[in-house]
Ligand binder design. Structure first.
Ligand code: ADP
Ligand code: MG
Length: 248
């Protein structure tokens, strides 16, 4: 069963004087429930655009996108926003946390938007997520008072607060040092192990090595695909996969 399916997905941007630049070219992509897919490829190849269009964050120029059996490309805006709020979580390279709120308030904000009447259970869920990602002690801390890795942990908690079916990530380790990046990847791998589907754009073969399938984008198309299968959490296993991807 596919949780997310794109067929003939194209995206064009107008590049002035009526000319159009085709950024995604009839993408076919099927993501199975619980799968972990990484997207690699050179800068400008359309990775972010794929993520934003397939999640309904941005409109498409042609084709279809189906999420949990519903064609999101034809949903009314309000309906789509609701589906995204409940079914999808997002993390980015720039964490987009609100600077005037503390860590906890950043995390629970989407939950209040989704379901205003369950303060108790929302706070409990937030506490659980902060514990799971190792930032329980930072709940009251201002966003400006924590490290990049801690900010990304908070952003992950925020993305998971509504228990989404799928987590999208656009280079979530891109702004972090390698130690912090490794820790964030471990958290993402754990999230996958609890059953969440993951679609993750990354430049880092170390990060991609954790996925079950890696797509390689070139000039708006999926030029190659590499199936790594479920990984075992052993260092030499991950190392071998990373070498495979580097060679590829
Ligand atoms: P990647 O994430 O692989 O680096 P992007 O998806 O960000 O690539 O961009 C793919 C292409 O689309 C690039 O040529 C970029 O300049 C163009 N592009 C991205 N977003 C916009 C936009 N909002 N308006 C116009 N062109 C855009
Ligand atoms: Mg990008």
């Amino acid at each position: 069963m596919y949780i997310l399916e794109a067929s003939g997905l194209s995206k064009a941007y107008s590049s002035g004087q009526g000319a159009k630049q085709l950024v995604l070219r009839e993408i076919q992509l099927q993501i199975a429930q619980g799968e972990f897919v990484a997207v690699m490829g050179p800068s400008g190849s359309g990775k972010s655009t794929l993520l934003y269009t397939i999640s309904g964050m941005d409109g498409i120029s042609a084709g279809r996108v189906v999420f949990k059996g519903r064609e999101i490309s034809s949903l009314a805006e309000e309906e789509l926003a609701k589906l995204r709020l409940h079914g999808m979580g997002f993390i980015f390279q720039q964490m987009h946390l609100l600077k005037n709120l503390n860590i906890r308030d950043n995390i629970i904000l989407p939950a209040y938007r989704a379901n205003k009447n369950r303060r108790g259970s929302i706070n409990k869920k937030a506490a659980e997520l902060m514990k799971r990602t190792g930032i329980a002690a930072l709940a009251e801390r201002d966003i400006t008072q924590v490290s990049g890795g801690q900010m990304q942990r908070a952003a992950i908690c925020r993305a998971l607060i509504n228990e989404p079916d799928i987590l999208f990530g656009d280079e979530p380790t891109g702004a972090l040092n390698s130690k912090a990046a490794g820790e964030i990847m471990e958290i993402i791998a754990e999230i996958h192990q609890t059953g969440t589907t993951i679609l993750l754009v990354t430049h880092d073969t170390k990060v991609a090595a954790q996925a079950e399938r890696v797509l390689y984008m070139l000039d708006g198309s999926i030029a190659a695909e590499h199936r790594l299968g479920r990984y075992e959490k052993r260092n030499n296993d991950l190392k071998a996969r990373e070498e495979k991807l580097t060679a590829w």
